[in-house]
Design a protein around this ligand. Structure first.
Ligand code: 5GP
Ligand code: MG
Ligand code: MG
Length: 178
């Protein structure tokens, strides 16, 4: 285990099992559709690529970049810094996200896609932190309910680091307190 990690919450095996289950639900639901999969970069890149490999329906992948988070404190503002290229009109959109925390990012991005005329908008998130929600927003599918801790790994970063850890863990407080 990495020295900066307090404890591991979700192993690769835990994540694989939940991704299999979520993919089974999505494969049923989207069997006859051709959705636009929108990974929210950079955090969702590892989770999204693992999830997408499990999907058997026709799809296109069109990532988006949004920022609302600096270090370990949310700023509360959501800005699209790199938009998707596709026209979403009358097409289903499926966002893939690493973690839902305050809910602001995905609430804002979902609203934008609805305004653009998406046929439907759903959100698949690796993790959901229900205790820290500040807006009324729910992921349609999520891997695990996570505690109110600062987590890293499997795409989740601290100042760009730790995304490559093949598990999700709690970052030691001393790492960001120093
Ligand atoms: P929101 O607060 O808008 O729901 O979440 C925005 C983003 O904050 C998430 O997509 C994620 O990138 C980041 N975030 C929230 N909680 C954590 C966490 O525990 N660890 C890390 N590394 N990022 C987080
Ligand atoms: Mg994210
Ligand atoms: Mg981040």
């Amino acid at each position: 285990m990495n020295n900066d990690i307090e404890s591991v919450l979700y192993t690769q095996n835990d994540l694989n099992n939940r991704m299999d289950e979520m993919a089974a639900e999505l494969n049923k639901k989207y069997k006859n559709e051709e959705p636009i999969i929108v990974p929210v970069l950079n955090g969702a890149m590892i989770f999204a690529s693992d999830m997408i490999k499990r999907l058997s329906f026709k799809l296109i992948i069109d990532p988006i970049k949004a920022s609302s988070y600096e270090g370990s404190q949310s700023t509360g503002k959501v800005k699209i810094t790199q938009d998707i290229k596709s026209d979403v009109t009358n097409r289903p959109v499926i966002f893939m996200e690493d973690i839902i925390d305050t809910g602001r990012t995905l609430q804002a991005l979902s609203e934008i896609m609805k305004e653009r005329g998406a046929k439907s908008v759903e959100v698949v998130s690796m993790l959901d932190k229900p205790e820290t929600r500040v807006v009324d927003f729910h992921a349609d599918y999520y891997g695990f309910k996570a505690p109110d801790e600062f987590l890293v790994g499997y795409g989740l970063d601290y100042n760009g680091l730790y995304r490559n850890l093949p598990y999700v863990g709690i970052l030691k407080h001393e790492v960001y307190a120093s």
